[in-house]
Design a protein around this ligand. Structure first.
Ligand SMILES: [Zn+2]
Length: 281
């Protein structure tokens, strides 16, 4: 089990490994650009080279890139679709140049056109980028509005259309908010059975470890500090103990209200990992 955090890179990638090491991360995730804008910045090659150099020297892995929130491949609206494809191409090129291990994508919103149309559009959009070194991971969603990816059937349909050439990022808060009671060991196993029957747990390669402020099945995405939300410490302990989840990298996307929050949330997970023999001390 590895533990890391989503880090804010500000203006550049230059110090991200230093920051991650200072925080005690085994792995980390970043946005490449402002997550709520369409702007694509064109990075200097020197910045990417120094990132790669730092990566080579560091023990930290995996390196994870998270897509910008506006990117929506599921819509049939021409303008957003075109902008999304351009942004995806740009971010995938940069991720490959950086040597990133994973690129995480939210399947997006079909905006009233139906799940099937959305699933087809997402798969069609991702297909050209599925064979590179940076592996695409589809993230399950809280199920807000017309978003796709609220259950394993929807995620499985995209994986099928990609011929299995993508993995999955399992977000604990989103799973709970979309109706999977992962705070409870029995229902966690029921969910695993559902995944196993649909496509197999082997596709899940990363965990976004977030507690949830909102209730099970709320379809409202609100992250909380580990152990302080509805999933609770027992829920995270069940995941850490689990033979599949407990071997994966856990990356927190919990609130950064106060200095030290990331360190504290990672420490809680680390203690659980140590308790259950998932971390070698
Ligand atoms: Zn997430």
């Amino acid at each position: 089990m590895k533990i890391g955090a989503h880090l804010l890179i500000g203006k550049g990638l230059n110090h991200v490994f230093e920051t991650a090491e200072r925080l005690g991360c085994d792995c980390f995730q970043v946005f490449l650009h402002n997550p709520r804008g369409w702007n694509r910045s064109f990075r200097e090659r020197s910045e990417i080279f120094s990132f790669r150099k730092a990566a080579k020297k560091s023990m930290i892995s995996p390196v994870v890139i998270h897509m910008q929130y506006l990117l929506n491949l599921a819509t049939s609206g021409k303008e957003i679709r075109l902008k999304s494809m351009r942004l995806l191409e740009h971010e995938m090129t940069e991720s490959e140049m950086m040597g990133a291990d994973y690129y995480i994508i939210h399947p997006g919103s079909h905006r009233g056109n139906g799940i099937e149309s959305g699933v087809n559009l997402v798969a069609e959009g991702l297909k050209p980028f599925c064979k590179g070194k940076t592996r695409i991971l589809l993230e399950n969603t809280a199920g807000q509005g017309d978003s796709i990816g609220r259950n394993w059937e929807e995620i499985g349909s995209i994986i099928d259309r990609l011929g299995g050439n993508a993995g999955i990022c399992f977000d604990t808060a989103h799973a709970y908010e979309s109706g999977y009671d992962i705070s409870n060991r029995i229902s966690l196993h029921a969910m695993k059975d559902e995944i196993e029957k649909r496509f197999g747990m082997g596709y899940i390669q990363l965990v976004h470890a977030n507690d949830s402020i909102t209730l099970k099945g709320s379809n409202v995405d609100r992250h909380q500090h580990i152990g302080e939300g509805c999933i609770g410490i027992k829920g995270f302990e069940n995941l850490v103990k689990d033979e599949w989840f407990g071997e994966l990298p856990f990356i927190i996307e919990t609130p950064k209200d106060n200095e030290g929050d990331d360190r504290r949330n990672m420490e809680i997970l680390r203690k659980l990992g140590e308790k259950h023999g998932k971390i070698r001390i």
